[in-house]
Ligand binder design. Structure first.
Ligand code: C2E
Ligand code: MG
Ligand code: MG
Ligand code: MG
Length: 292
């Protein structure tokens, strides 16, 4: 009986693996075209001031609404793109969309609106990366200080001279740098003094159980203190609960990102959210003026 079950499980496992393999091949063969015909979408997830509740900007997150598979998670197709050199056209497209969209929002709703874009380590192998971003800045006239690049710790740890050179040039253009998923990569902090970092993003895994884990509270407190003493900003990722928000605000975390406020949204829905948020801020302001 046990042996039979074992065999069944193996067959099932092989079938799953086969399907996964096939799906990956299909996606790999279709991704190039999907990028070319702009089948991908950029979604925007708000970053919110932990104390005031004001939306100060967004993170751009790419989406692939696949005609057969539905929404394919970026964790799946970004790794395909990274293996196939497609990360260059994909990354360029996301950056252009996000920066052009944000320029519009800055001109129409909030001139301080910030935008964060994720970059893969592979994108730094492209010697034209910095030049392309520079051209985009000139084309849109956007304030470079409102653009933030999200990089992972492992990328900074393993980066060579050319990556350091590119990051230095991007900083010289006025862009900001954030460490994404902070605390999950290499535990060496040496790169914090070597790179001109502006922001630490506390990984979702430390936020998830924050409301009832003394250990995670200690870790978050330590990261926030570290950031403060280095003059860096902190963002908490994956905030889903009121209790997490309260704890983070009380302990000095600057910005909040997570489903508690909003999932990533298409541009039009994000714009509606900004308008609702602005109304809320105005109401709060007039109430405090009356009572003050
Ligand atoms: P990330 O940069 O760490 O992005 C945060 C991820 O957490 C996003 O997943 C977001 O949708 C999700 N998230 C946000 N709030 C919550 C929450 O409250 N609860 C939970 N459970 N999840 C939350 P997403 O959009 O699936 O992206 C996954 C990863 O794919 C990103 O992680 C990033 O590493 C990568 N990625 C996404 N877009 C791009 C892109 O344009 N370029 C590159 N190179 N990578 C990208
Ligand atoms: Mg990110
Ligand atoms: Mg992250
Ligand atoms: Mg991530």
């Amino acid at each position: 009986m046990a042996a039979e079950q074992g065999k069944g499980a193996t067959v099932c496992f092989e079938k799953d693996l086969g399907e996964l393999y096939q799906r990956r091949n299909t996606l790999a063969s279709q991704l190039k075209r999907a990028i070319e015909v702009a089948e991908l979408r950029v979604y925007y997830q708000p970053k919110v001031d932990a104390v005031s509740g004001q939306i100060i900007g967004a993170e751009a997150l790419v989406r692939w609404p696949h005609p057969v598979y539905g929404f394919v998670p970026p964790d799946e197709f970004i790794s395909i793109a990274e293996e196939n050199e497609l990360i260059h056209p994909l990354g360029t497209w996301v950056m252009e969309q996000a920066v052009m969209q944000t320029t519009k929002w800055q001109m129409t709703v909030n001139e301080k609106m910030r935008i964060a874009v994720n970059l893969s380590p592979q994108q730094f192998r492209d010697s034209a990366l910095v030049e392309r971003i520079k051209n985009l800045l000139e084309l849109t006239g956007i304030n470079p200080a409102t653009i933030e690049l999200e990089l992972t710790e492992s990328m900074l740890m393993t980066s060579g001279a050319s990556t350091i050179d590119a990051l230095t040039r991007l900083k010289a253009l006025g862009l900001k740098l954030a460490i994404d998923d902070f605390g999950t990569g290499y535990s060496s902090l040496a790169y914090l003094s070597r790179f001109p970092v502006d922001t630490l993003k506390i990984d979702r895994s430390f936020v998830m159980h924050l409301q009832d884990s003394a250990e995670d509270q200690s870790i978050c407190r330590a990261v926030i203190q570290l950031a403060k003493s280095l003059g860096l900003e902190t963002v908490a990722e994956g905030v889903e609960l009121e209790a997490q928000l309260q704890w983070l605000a009380a302990n000095g975390c600057d910005l909040i990102q997570g489903y508690y406020y909003s999932p990533p949204l298409p541009a039009q829905e994000f714009l509606e959210l900004i308008h609702r948020n602005a109304d809320l801020m105005n109401t709060a302001l007039s109430v405090s003026r009356k009572s003050g």
